[in-house]
Design a protein around this ligand. Structure first.
Ligand SMILES: *Cc1c(COP(=O)(O)O)cnc(C)c1O
Length: 364
């Protein structure tokens, strides 16, 4: 027998880590699909309905819980994550919070590379899940620094913007698309005419778009995008675009087109003004009696536009969109009038349009 190098003992640890993630999924319930109360004066009369998939009810508070689970399983099954691996991500937002949770679950250290300007409350959320923050001066440096740290520590850079589209099992396995279609099963229009989502990594729109095609549903996928984002202009012009500017709507819109954004599976994009996103987030919060995050406002603005279009064309059917995260995290920002004014946003126009929509969708 020639030389042998056997690494099979590491397999036992990977098996155990995967069983912990599997057990976590079993303990967790699926998220609710809420029926949005459209004004009965016209919603029922025209045979249209709106649903919100409530991703705020995941244990770590946002749709990034799904992404983090997928990225961990992908890294483990690819052999990239082992018993000594330090996990690293370039994120100061919800992704880092959810990844810190899964790292703690399987007993590995997690480092979020974040800009120095990151607010104390966001750092506290990451640290509360057992993660650690590593600071860089400029936000543009976070990606290179995350790669460097991974090299230096022999760790694994989870890299949400590259891996989001490929880590999720888009054909099924209880992904968000499969869950939506199963929960819509007993509704008057079980196959939605439209599904509306925003894009941060682009992973959610990639999963839903692929699933729609795979299942040959007639649903169309609409991606809503905020100001300053590269996604909308690149989709419209069919070329790569870099805006270099950050989005003002947390969780969506990017200064560059991320590798996980797949424009080919998107049927329509709509550019939503930031003031409209914030006004719609406040509007939905008032209707539901609890606060939703600003990207949910962007989704709702897009969904209302599609409902108005369906009614104008005499088309019956349903529209599904996401409640991506709770608004409780944003009391000092999107729900604070001084902050909104300081950002140069005037909500009065879109707020009036939303109030008109409640009276008649013909006003859209
Ligand atoms: C990440 C995120 C999105 C966008 O989802 P992706 O799958 O990354 O495109 C939307 N809203 C919120 C609040 C998010 O955190």
């Amino acid at each position: 027998m020639g030389p042998v190098c056997d690494r099979s003992p590491e397999r036992a640890w990977v098996d155990h880590a995967i069983s912990l993630i599997d057990a976590e999924a079993r303990r967790s319930a699926d998220t609710h699909l809420l029926r949005y109360p459209l004004p009965s004066a016209w919603g029922d009369a025209h045979g249209v309905a709106l649903y919100l998939k409530d991703e705020s009810t995941h244990i770590t508070g946002s749709l990034k819980h799904r992404l983090a689970r997928s990225l961990f399983l992908y890294g483990l099954c690819n052999g990239w994550i082992g018993p000594e691996t330090t996990l690293i991500e370039a994120s100061s937002g919800s992704t880092a919070v959810s990844e810190a949770y899964f790292a703690a679950l399987i007993g590995l250290p997690f480092i979020a590379v974040v800009p120095e300007s990151t607010s104390a409350s966001k750092i506290a959320l990451i640290e509360a899940q057992g993660g650690r923050c590593h600071f860089v001066e400029n936000s543009a440096e976070v990606y290179a620094e995350a790669e460097r740290l991974a090299d230096e520590t022999g760790g694994h850079y989870l890299d949400q913007f590259t891996n989001a589209e490929r880590a999720t099992d888009w054909r099924g396995n209880n992904n968000i698309a499969e869950s939506i279609y199963s929960q819509m099963g007993a509704e008057p229009h079980p196959v939605p005419a439209w599904i509306v989502v925003g894009a941060g990594t682009g992973g959610t729109s990639a999963t839903i778009g692929r699933y729609i095609r795979y299942r040959r549903h007639h649903t169309r996928l609409c991606v809503v995008d905020p100001e300053n984002s590269a996604f909308f202009p690149s989709y419209e012009q069919r070329r790569d675009v870099v805006t270099g500017e950050s989005s003002r709507i947390e969780g969506i819109g990017r200064p560059r087109v991320e590798p996980s954004f797949l424009p080919e599976v998107v049927d329509r994009m709509v550019l939503v003004p930031d003031a409209a996103s914030v006004a719609a987030a406040r509007h939905v919060s008032a209707v539901l009696g609890r606060r939703v995050g600003p990207s949910t406002g962007t989704n709702i603005w897009g969904a209302f536009g599609l409902l108005a279009e369906m009614v104008a064309e005499g088309q019956r059917g349903s529209v599904v969109t996401l409640l991506a995260d709770s608004g409780d995290r944003y009391a000092d920002t999107y729900f604070c009038d001084e902050w909104v004014t300081s950002m140069g946003l005037d909500l009065s126009g879109p707020a009036a349009q939303l109030a008109d929509f409640e009276r008649s969708c013909a006003h859209w």
